[in-house]
Design a protein around this ligand. Structure first.
Ligand code: AKG
Ligand code: FE2
Length: 148
């Protein structure tokens, strides 16, 4: 695969009806919720990388701030499939297919939901460095204060 093909796979799109229809109903059986993660942001706003060994995964990634459009009574949805198509079409994000051998970097503070399109094996790691240490520290303090 050359770099143009690789870039083409990183399809940037306005998330509209395409999102719940193709991601959460056709390509993934909605009853099989174990096949996908909740909609989430990684622990304390850390970075993560995901190295995929086997199977294909579909990722929806939203840049920081987009998730605020999904807040309902101060809570985010568990599943993007719960959102109305009107809400989804107001979002900007990235949808991409991760194939075996692909390693994906998830930037700090990006909310995402990941669906396994088949049985998958991947290795993931969360981390921080000097660039996002303050953000992770602040998130940690916020979680600590609100938990105790
Ligand atoms: O691969 C998955 O199922 C989830 C990965 C994920 O959420 C992450 O790496 O941050
Ligand atoms: Fe994650």
């Amino acid at each position: 695969m050359d770099s143009a093909d690789r870039v083409a796979r990183f399809e940037k799109l306005q998330l509209g009806e395409k999102l719940p229809v193709t991601v959460l109903t056709e390509e993934c059986d909605p009853k099989e919720i174990y096949r996908r993660t909740p909609f989430h942001c990684d622990v304390f706003g850390s970075y993560s990388w995901s190295a995929n060994i086997a199977g294909r995964k579909l990722w929806i990634l939203l840049p920081p701030g987009q998730e605020k459009k999904l807040l309902c009574r101060n809570r985010l949805p568990w599943d993007l499939g719960e959102c109305s198509s009107e809400t989804l079409s107001s979002l900007s994000g990235i949808r991409l297919l991760q194939e075996p051998g692909d390693v994906l970097f998830v930037p700090s503070g990006w909310h995402h939901q990941v669906a396994n399109l088949e049985a998958c094996i991947s290795i993931n790691h969360n981390w921080f460095n000097a660039c996002n240490a303050r953000h992770c520290h602040d998130r940690f303090h916020y979680c600590w204060r609100t938990a105790v």
